[in-house]
Every structure is written in C-alpha cells, then in structure tokens.
Design a protein around this ligand. Structure first.
Ligand code: ZN
Length: 768
C-alpha cells in the first residue's frame, strides 16, 4: 500500500504544480512563432557533409585544391612610381570538374577611374580631411590608377581571348581543362602605384619630402588566380576594397628589378644574396643567423641615412623563390634600416626580420623584431610550428599581411617621443599581422566571404600572444602594469559593442563588406567569443586541443566555417551548437541576473501547499508517507514551526528517517545543511551562457559555482536553483570576474548593490 500512496502523491504534486503555474501566468502566444530554441542543433544553417568535407570537420577523402604557380619579372620605376610586370601563371586543375575558363583577380582595378567602389560609399562631406586626400577627391582629375593589361597570351605567344569585368578577368582557354591537366598563360601589365597615405589602400608608397624618397610596400600587385573549390565554384566576388582575398597555394619565382641603392625583402627565399648584399651585409647576416637573443643590424641607421641622400642610376635585381604560399608581397626603399634575429621554432631556425626607416626609431629598433619572434613562438604553440624560414615586419603607416611579410604602423613624433598608446599599438599590430601568417596565409580560409575566419581567429591568438609578450618582456610594460594591456580579447571590452544599437550590429556570419562596425564585428566579437569559449565554457585543455586540431587539419588547405565549428566539437566532445548559434549567427547579447532569493528551513510542520492537496483530494495527512516540509523564512508556517519546535535541528520526521536508514558510522558523515535558498536567475539577454555564481557566506568565505549554459534549455527567461548550505549566504554575485560579456551588471548581485550616485559622491566630497 505504501507504494500506492507514493504514486498518488507524486501524481498530485505534478498536476498541482502544473495548475499552479497556469494560474500565475497566462501563456504567451505569438502568431507565426518559429522554432527559435537557443539549443536547436545547427542543421539548417550548415551545409551537408560530403566526400570533400566530413561531418567531423576534417578534409574528406575527395578533398582537393587547385594550384597556381607564378613566374614573374617585375621592374619598379622609382622616378614615376610605376611597376611593370610580365608573369606566367601555370594553373593546375586538381578538381574533378572540367573548366572552360579561368578567373583572374585584378585587384588594382578597384582604384581605376571607372571603379564603382567610391559610388557605393555613403560618405557625405567629411568634417576634416588630409590635404592630399582633399585634393585627390575634389580638385584633381581622377588619378590614373588600375591595371593596364597589355597582353594575355598562351605559351606560344598567341593572344588569348579574355574579358575584364572590373576587378575580375576571365581567360577563355582554347579547350576545356580536364581533371589533372594544367594550363600556362602569360600576362604583361603595368600600373601607377598609389600613394597609400593620401589615397588609402593596403599597399602603395609613402612619400618623404625630405630627400624626395619613397617607401614602397607592394601587394595585390599582380593578376592573381581566383580560388575554385567545392563550396563556391569560382570565388569571383568583386573586390570592393574591404573584403580581403581568396587565393590558391602555389610556388612563386619572382625577379624584382629596383634602383641599385634600394633595400628589398619579400615573400620567399632570396636566391642571389651574394649579388645584392655587400660583403659587410653578408658578414652581419651570417652573424644574425646564429644570434638568438637580440637583433643584428644588417643595414644600420647611419648607413640608411647616408643612402637616402643620393640616388643611384643603376639597377639591381632581387631574386625570390617561395614554395607553397598563397600570395606574394615585397617592400623596397633606399630608406630602409634592416635587422634580423634567429628564433628556434620546433628545432628549426626562423629569421625574425624588421625593415624600417629612421622615422620609426627609436621604437622600431627596440621592439619590432622581438615582437615578431614572440609572435612566432606563441602562435606555433597554439597551432603548428611556423613552417616558413622568415617573418618580416615592415614599418608603414598601416597594418597589412602577406606570407612571410607584413606592414605595421607605430611612429614616434619628430623628436622620437612616443606615448604608451603608440608603443602598444605598434607591438599589437606586429603581433596581429605576423599572426596572419597562420590565419589565413597557411590555414587558408576565404577572406572575401568570411572576414571573421582569419581576423577573428587571429585576434583571439593575438590576445594570447600579447599576454605572452607581456610576460616575456616585462620591460615593455609601463609603470603600474602587471600584464600586457590588450585591447581585444577580455570579455568586458566587447560589452559596449554587443550592448549597442541593434540596428547597427550584424551577425558575425555576414560578409565583411556588408557589416557595420567592421572591426567589432569581424575582429573584436569573434576574437572575444573564442577567448570566452576557452576560458569560461570549455576550459583551456579541451579548447586548446581542439583549436590546434583545426589548425593542423586545415594547414595549407581551405577550410569553411563549418569545418571550424565541427572540428571544435569533434575534438572535444562538447556540443557547441548553442554557442555558435548565439555568438556567430545572431546579434543577441548576454544579460543575466539574480531575480530573487528566498530563504527556507526544513520543518515537519505540514505547510499550506500539502494541506491544500490533501483537502482537495479528500485524503488525510496520515495517508501520506513521512514528509519533510520547506517553510519560507518569515511566513506563517515558519512562525508556527518556530513555536512548535519543528524546524530542522529537531525535526522529528527527518531525525527518525535518518535513524532508521543509516548506521551509526554513516550518520557521522552525514551532512546537516541548515539554510536552504531558492535562487531565481533571470536572463533578459538573448544569449545563453553558463551562470557563474559566487556565494559569499556570513563568515566571509566564498564559493563559486558554474551552472552550464544548458541550464537555460527548458526556460530561456528564468531558472531557479535550490542551494543548501550549512553557512548563511550573505551575498550572491553573478559573473564576479566579468567573464561573460554581460552588458548590464546592475542586476548581477543580491542583495542589490546600491551604487553611489555621482551626486552622492559630490556631496561627500563637499563634506570632506
Ligand atoms: Zn588582420
């Protein structure tokens, strides 16, 4: 009969519980309500796995990628800032498809007089502009920019039909290119190099009036093959100037002719070092290869200052060869100071290199090469050993990346003074741009389509590397700083963006060209999301293993977003669909709080709740098994229990049960919680996140509990937890270390913290 009674009882509790809820709140019914459960698995959003890309996020058995090899002869005319090139592209069709035509990217045409890029900018009148920009915008004819394609020919020099659609050129092959076949063709071209300081751009020259000199940083400068793959077909989405690049891997043989007094470095191995280096430079280079603790000057500041005063009429050709790179860039000037230092990466020596003009000193000689070396170490630890033989940081007033070479800002004033902001800005941009060697130069994602895949992942590792740098170079920190002041990465720093105007926020999974607040969208938010995923959701061990697995699976390959999302889950046994959905597919923000805290005691005095049930069902209290009742502090039942002495310590029901069911030995170890709290958490924000709660007790000690994000799976608005404790809780704080990017912390504590208003502060100050 006992069993029977229990059955009735549990049935009663369930049904009464349900009724009670309905009485309290009327169900909310929305017309056309779709399934937007935050824990709905990602099937609709994901492409179906196949033989090219598996469900685990790894390349599949039929995975392929195209290859494009380049042979280029380039010449720089420094007098008129023009570059001329003749290139031979050999395109390998490794796809199972037959290709009728090839697409070549003509990025320089974004600057051509007929470019549509300026026409899609909603710009208005700028309140202030650089004089040069103003003159270019309003006072001059449109500049002669963009590619001049002089000829497109096959290997026999016969003209090939081609069509140019703005920044894309279609090459029509004489016959279709079958699987496993290759096709070679030549392009002769030239263009006038842009002044990137006044005209903008990711490459070009900076002009120095003193001595009439230029520093050239040259990139997306040659007709480049577009990517053809299993997800996009040809990636021939136009270059509008913002979304970066999608490029296949290949080998580059590049000869660059520049004035004989120029210093040049770029992607690839220098094949004729003895021809272009002086004896002195050769000796210094040999020393640098064996020096691991400080940069060795290859060209000193005194030498560079002497060189920039004259101009050689002679020419020199620098020969570079690079294997398995997706792009090529170089920098050249007679103004360059040059230093190098060796760094051990996975038992191999890599050269950390810096090229800068005197304008960058004393900052550049002090930090650039160290920042390069530290970046290679941190990133190699987080991903794979840096596979190239060098990494160059070039001083130019921008931040931009290419394989083995990048351009970085950070310039002291004319007297050599610089602020903390300039110093850390420079170190950070070097870490960021050198870091791009990993994402997207080696883990070769499609930048044109998914800015976050390189910028977001890179910003995340940049944060890790910055923190390493602060640890390894404490002398770089300023007084009072105990760690590197990272701008992006810490959760709290993304709050102003995520809590901002929803009309100007787009999901991360939006093409970069079409997003507002580009930096926050494609760099800050995904970088921070991954940092939160690592520190707060998964933990470092699981995250780091999975992240490394992704990097290694897709090293020298072309991953998609799903490949990343799937690998992170596949390698960790962590279902992260809710995380990707919330952080990457929506613009939801985090806002969680403590709604209410009620304190209960155990009693053997029947409470109203049970009495009512018994009455409604026509039962007697004695029909029920012995029950332990919870009474809320301050309630009538509580007062009654106090009077009758039926509270926890001498609750006869509970004591009897314990005596009957446990041995004396067992009873010694039994816990006796004294206080019971019903803590209700609310979630005004759309993002689901773990609830991190710090419980502070009356004796001053505290305990932190983390409830996984899945606590929200059945109720997205509020959830309750029963907390039993033998010490009285005096304070509850949500997210005490600001790990979740909670946009409103005013509801994060119980009892509610009354913040002193500025007026009160003012009053106190006046009183004092
Ligand atoms: Zn970047």
């Amino acid at each position: 009969m006992k069993t029977f009674k229990y059955l009735i009882l549990s049935a009663l509790f369930i049904s009464v519980g349900a009724f009670a809820q309905e009485d309290e709140q009327k169900p909310e019914r929305k017309p056309g309500h779709t399934n937007n459960n935050k824990f709905k698995q990602l099937y609709d959003e994901f492409s179906t796995p196949n033989m090219f890309r598996t469900a685990s996020g790894a390349p599949g058995p039929a995975y392929y990628q195209q290859q494009a090899d380049y042979k280029m002869d380039l010449e720089l005319n420094d007098d008129i800032a023009r570059i001329t090139g003749y290139e031979t592209i050999t395109y390998h069709n490794n796809s199972p498809d037959e290709l009728k035509y090839l697409w070549v990217q003509l990025d320089q045409n974004m600057r051509a007089p007929d470019s549509q890029t300026p026409l899609i900018q909603s710009d208005g009148v700028a309140p202030a502009q650089r004089a040069g920009t103003f003159v270019n915008s309003y006072m001059k004819e449109k500049l002669e920019r963009g590619f001049n394609i002089e000829e497109v020919t096959d290997v026999n020099g016969k003209a090939l039909p081609h069509m140019i659609n703005r920044t894309m050129m279609r090459i029509d092959m004489p016959k279709s290119l079958k699987t496993g076949e290759k096709f070679s063709f030549n392009i002769r071209w030239w263009y006038n190099i842009n002044d990137h300081v006044n005209e903008g751009g990711r490459s070009g020259y900076e002009y120095f009036e003193e001595n009439d000199n230029r520093i050239y940083v040259i990139s997306q400068f040659y007709p480049r093959m577009a990517v053809y793959n299993d997800v996009e077909g040809w990636q021939n989405s136009q270059f509008w100037g913002r979304d970066e690049f999608a490029l296949p891997f290949g080998n580059f043989e590049v000869n660059i002719t520049v004035p004989a007094d120029h210093i040049l470095d770029g992607t690839g191995r220098l094949m004729n070092r003895k021809e272009v280096f002086s004896k002195e430079m050769m000796n210094r280079y040999e020393l640098a290869k064996k020096t691991y603790d400080k940069p060795v000057m290859i060209v000193t500041q005194a030498e560079a200052e002497k060189t920039e005063k004259t101009k050689s009429k002679d020419k020199k050709t620098w020969k570079l060869y690079a294997e398995n790179v997706r792009d090529f860039g170089f920098a050249t000037s007679r103004k360059f100071i040059w230093d190098m230092m060796a760094v051990k990466i996975g038992g191999k020596d890599v050269m950390a290199v810096s090229m800068y003009s005197k304008e960058g000193n004393p900052l550049w000689e002090q930090w650039s090469t160290y920042a390069v070396a530290a970046t290679l170490k941190s990133y190699s630890r987080m991903t794979f050993d840096y596979p190239y033989h060098k990494a160059i940081s070039v001083h130019a007033p921008m931040g931009m990346e290419y394989p083995m070479i990048c351009y970085n800002f950070g310039r002291p004033d004319k007297d050599g003074n610089y602020s903390d902001r300039t110093k850390f800005g420079m170190i950070s941009v070097i870490i960021h741009e050198v870091g791009h060697n990993f994402f997207p130069m080696i883990v070769n994602s499609d930048e044109r389509q998914w800015t976050w895949m390189d910028e977001g992942l890179n910003t995340f590792v940049q944060y890790v590397a910055e923190q390493d740098f602060g640890e390894w170079h404490p002398d770089a920190l300023s007084e009072g700083q105990d760690k590197y002041p990272s701008r992006r990465g810490p959760a709290a720093n993304i709050v102003p963006y995520m809590g901002g105007d929803q009309d100007f926020i787009a999901p991360i999974m939006t093409k970069g060209l079409n997003t507002y607040q580009f930096g926050n969208n494609a760099y800050g938010k995904p970088g921070t999301a991954l940092n939160i995923l690592r520190e707060t959701v998964m933990g470092r061990e699981l995250f780091d293993y999975a992240f490394k697995e992704y990097a290694n699976r897709w090293m020298f390959k072309h991953p998609t977003p799903e490949d990343f999302f799937r690998t992170m889950e596949d390698a960790s046994a962590f279902d992260l669909d809710w995380f990707w959905r919330g952080w990457f597919y929506t613009t939801d923000y985090v806002d969680m709080g403590v709604k209410e805290v009620k304190k209960f005691y155990v009693s053997s005095e029947p409470n109203e709740y049970v009495k009512n049930i018994v009455k409604e069902r026509g039962m007697k209290l004695s029909d029920l098994p012995p029950l332990v009742y919870m009474v809320e502090e301050g309630s009538d039942e509580y007062k009654e229990s106090m009077k009758n002495g039926t509270l926890l310590e001498n609750s006869p029901t509970l004591n009897e049960y314990v005596m009957d069911n446990f041995t004396e030995e067992e009873r010694k170890n039994i816990k006796q919680p004294k206080y019971f709290y019903n803590v209700t958490f609310e979630k005004p924000g759309g993002l689901v996140m773990p609830i991190i709660v710090e419980y502070t007790y009356a004796d001053g000690t505290s305990k932190t509990e983390k409830y996984p994000a899945q606590i929200w799976r059945l109720n997205d608005k509020e959830v309750s937890k029963a907390v039993a404790s033998d010490k009285e809780i005096v304070k509850i704080t949500l997210d005490p270390n600001l790990e979740t990017a909670d946009i409103d912390t005013s509801n994060n504590s119980w009892p509610k913290e009354v913040k002193q208003s500025q007026f009160d502060q003012f009053k106190n100050e006046v009183k004092n």
